[in-house]
Every structure is written in structure tokens, then in C-alpha cells.
Ligand binder design. Structure first.
Ligand SMILES: C[S@@+](CC[C@H](N)C(=O)[O-])C[C@H]1O[C@@H](n2cnc3c(N)ncnc32)[C@H](O)[C@@H]1O
Length: 274
């Protein structure tokens, strides 16, 4: 079954660049938490531009790695990026919906690991995807869910208007039928889908004016809010002119010596019982 959900970030070149920045920030910690073994077979649900899918594939080689993506634009760019790095045979990229994954009968139920990062928050029926993920792994296989709980963002000193804009952004998820707080539900979803919950954690991504990742953190946050402007304004959740003022306040804030930023991605692991 196709899921009718809306992907708030879109697939413009600017957004695809932001996704690259986000991968740069998070991939080392995501990879460390995942601890793939050589030979592991992996299926990545909602693989986007495939940057992390390819990192997983390098680590799991010679294991088979499949990336599933619903957007033709994202998939085309994922293949282009892989080709530019001479890695087009590293991942089997497939077009399809995560709720009805394009896996053969022989593949379904055969993977060591099913992974999804920043996918469930964009779905109106996330449970159906977690069930498909449990179905995709073999008994004893791992299901890894990594997603946002948007409520944990903190910036200090607060850029004027930013907290209000963030609240409006979170409400826009609800308006389009998605859950901005899905991060806190990951363990529940695993159990509801029939897996045994084994680990529950945060992956911190934050920093301060002096940290190496600070420019990326600000670019990522700015890109998220800039990209969501149309949806937030369309749903009358924030004044359009003030939106631009707050985005400028964020940029001005980022040049303060004492700017500090906290965010974290929820991360959970389940096991498919034999
Ligand atoms: C925020 S991106 C994350 C991409 C990747 N997982 C990463 O961490 O870099 C979410 C991706 O999920 C895709 N997506 C959204 N709904 C989907 C669905 N129902 N099935 C497959 N992919 C979907 C979007 O097109 C987008 O590329």
C-alpha cells in the first residue's frame, strides 16, 4: 500500500544540499551507534540521497545493501552522487514506498539490518513502515529507527522569535498529518510492530560558536526553516514577513561568541524474535 503522507522538506537542489550538510553532521555518530559488521546485509528505508546508505555499505562490505526511496528526484540524485564517487555498484537503489518495499520474496525476511533515519516523522502511518521493516529482517535481525523529537531543540541566548517559529514549524507537521514528536515513540513502535526493544538512546547534535560543526548546525537549522516556510505560512501558523525577520535573527545570532545549540536525534534498536 502506498502511503499518502507529505514530505515537508521537498526535493529542491537547496534542500538536497541541506541533506548533505545534515549527513556531514550526523553520519560519524550514526555509524558508530549502528556497529555494522563486514558481511551484514542492510536495507535502508527512505534512503534520500543515499549518503548514509553508502557509508553503511562500505562498512558492511561485502554484504548486500539496498536503499529504498519514494521520490524520483532524490533517487536520481542519489545515483548521480554515487556515480561521481565511482560507487554506483555499492548500493542497490530502488524506487518505492517504504510501506510497501520493493523487495523480492527471496529478499523479504532475509536482511541482517533494516534501517530508517528521519523517515517516520514524515509519515501519516509510521507503524505500517516499522512493520515492513520487521518483515524485511531475518529472525534475530536488527531494526534501527532514528528520528526527531523536535521538542528538544534549545538555542541560547535565544534568537528573537526563534522559539515561536519553531513551535509553528512543529504544528505544521500536525497540520499535514505527521508527528513532530515521533522520536519519543520509537521503542513503542518497535514493540507494536512485533519486535523486542533492545536499546533506546539519543545521538546528540549540537555545539557552540567555537565548535567545528557550528556553521553546519546553523545551515541545517536555517535550511529546515527556510524550506518549511511555504507550508507554515500556507497553514497560517506564522506571519510571512516576521518569518523572514526571524531567519535573519538566526543568522545574526550565529555570529555571537556565546551562541550555544542543543539538539538530539532519538535512536532505538529492536530485534526480530525467532
Ligand atoms: C529527511 S530525508 C532522510 C534521508 C536519509 N534517510 C538520511 O538520513 O540522509 C527523508 C527521505 O524519505 C523519503 N520518503 C518520504 N516518505 C517516504 C516513503 N513513504 N517511502 C520512501 N521514502 C520516503 C523522502 O523523499 C526523503 O528523501
Amino acid at each position: 500500500m502506498q502511503s499518502p503522507s507529505t514530505y515537508i522538506h521537498g526535493t529542491s537542489p537547496v534542500e538536497q544540499r541541506r541533506l548533505g550538510v545534515m549527513n556531514r553532521i550526523l553520519n560519524p555518530a550514526s555509524r558508530a551507534r549502528l556497529s555494522l559488521q563486514p558481511g551484514d546485509s542492510v536495507v535502508d528505508f527512505g534512503c534520500g540521497l543515499g549518503q548514509f546508505t553508502r557509508e553503511m555499505a562500505r562498512e558492511a562490505a561485502p554484504g548486500r545493501v539496498v536503499g529504498i526511496e519514494r521520490s524520483e528526484e532524490q533517487l536520481a540524485r542519489a545515483i548521480e552522487l554515487a556515480r561521481a564517487d565511482n560507487e554506483e555498484s555499492l548500493v542497490l537503489f530502488r524506487h518505492g514506498d517504504a510501506a510497501d518495499p520493493p523487495l523480492t520474496d527471496a529478499e523479504d525476511g532475509s536482511f541482517d539490518v533494516a534501517h530508517a533515519r528521519f523517515l517516520l516523522e514524515h509519515l501519516s502511518d509510521p507503524l505500517s513502515v516499522v512493520q515492513a521493516m520487521v518483515g524485511a529482517v531475518k529472525p534475530g535481525g536488527r531494526i534501527i529507527l532514528a528520528d526527531d523529537d523536535h521538542d528538544v531543540l534549545r538555542l541560547w541566548p535565544e534568537p528573537p522569535g526563534l522559539a515561536d517559529l519553531w513551535r509553528a514549524y512543529m504544528r505544521s507537521y500536525e497540520r499535514i498529518g505527521n508527528d513532530p514528536f515521533i522520536g519519543r515513540r520509537l521503542t513503542s513502535l518497535l514493540v507494536e510492530a512485533g519486535a523486542r526493544a533492545r536499546r533506546n538512546d539519543w545521538i546528540f547534535f549540537g555545539g557552540c560558536a567555537g565548535s567545528d560543526n557550528f556553521a553546519d548546525l546553523v545551515e541545517n537549522l536555517h535550511g529546515i526553516l527556510d524550506g518549511a516556510r511555504e507550508t507554515v505560512v500556507l497553514h497560517k501558523l506564522f506571519d510571512a514577513d516576521y518569518y523572514d525577520v526571524v531567519l535573519r535573527n538566526l543568522i545574526a545570532w550565529s555570529s555571537r561568541d556565546d551562541a550555544a545549540f542543543w539538539f538530539a536525534m532519538s535512536w532505538a534498536e529492536g530485534i526480530k524474535e525467532a
